[in-house]
Write a protein that binds this ligand. Structure first.
Ligand code: FES
Ligand code: FES
Length: 212
């Protein structure tokens, strides 16, 4: 299946999911009836999920300095809006329950868990994701460079959230020493346990961020 990526496959299969036929016999039946029902009952059709207009919202988010018009269910999280509606997949979904920090982004410079933030709550606040952290000239942010310099990742899945959290941690004034960094970065889990390298990276970037 040349040209078929995992993303396009999932996207097309979720569309197809609406018309998948599931041959289920309903109610209680004798063995004979059950056999007949299984053989002859028409397949149950599952209708595509639809969002009633009353539950849809159409609004514009300021993401990485650009206006992004979205139409989403009122219950859609900022994380899903970024990834599924705007196409910014740098922000990662780990637990989707507010426990791992992989989804950390900034709202007006303050770190938030985008899996626990409804897109509709964001309003006029400026959203910054890992894609918007680098300078306009394309150079890496000092925190991104420090993570590279200190090898502060292995699989890299937690890294966007770690970096967004680390930038905010320094801005908050909570990065004076290793113990404080560990405390204020404790909401960001790393299953590869790259913690010593992450702390070293933050200590390196701290000075240049404060001078900027
Ligand atoms: S995905 Fe948001 S905290 Fe884990
Ligand atoms: S680098 Fe793998 S989870 Fe952090």
């Amino acid at each position: 299946m040349a040209g078929l990526t995992r993303r396009t496959f999932l996207s097309s299969s979720s569309t197809l999911g609406g018309v998948i036929a599931i041959p289920l016999a309903t109610g209680c039946a004798t063995g004979t009836e059950r056999g007949a029902a299984t053989a002859e009952a028409p397949p149950m059709q599952i209708e595509p999920a639809t969002v009633p207009p009353a539950q849809r919202l159409d609004f514009t988010l300021d993401v990485n300095g650009r206006p992004q018009r979205v139409t989403v269910d009122v219950r859609t999280t900022l994380l899903d809006t970024l990834r599924e509606h705007i196409g910014l997949t740098g922000t990662k979904k780990g637990c989707d329950q507010g426990q791992c920090g992989a989804c950390t982004v900034h709202l007006d410079g303050r770190r938030v868990l985008s899996c626990l933030t409804l897109a509709a709550q964001v309003g006029a606040r400026k959203v910054t994701t890992i894609e918007g952290l680098a300078g306009t000239g394309g150079g890496l942010h000092p925190m991104q460079q420090a993570f590279i310099d200190h090898d502060a990742f292995q699989c890299g899945y937690c890294t966007p959230g770690q970096i967004m959290s680390a930038v905010a941690c320094v801005a908050e004034g909570h990065a004076d020493d290793a113990a404080e960094i560990r405390e204020y970065m404790s909401g960001n889990l790393c299953r590869c346990a790259a913690y010593p390298n992450i702390v070293a990276a933050i200590e390196q970037a701290r000075g240049s961020i404060r001078r900027a």
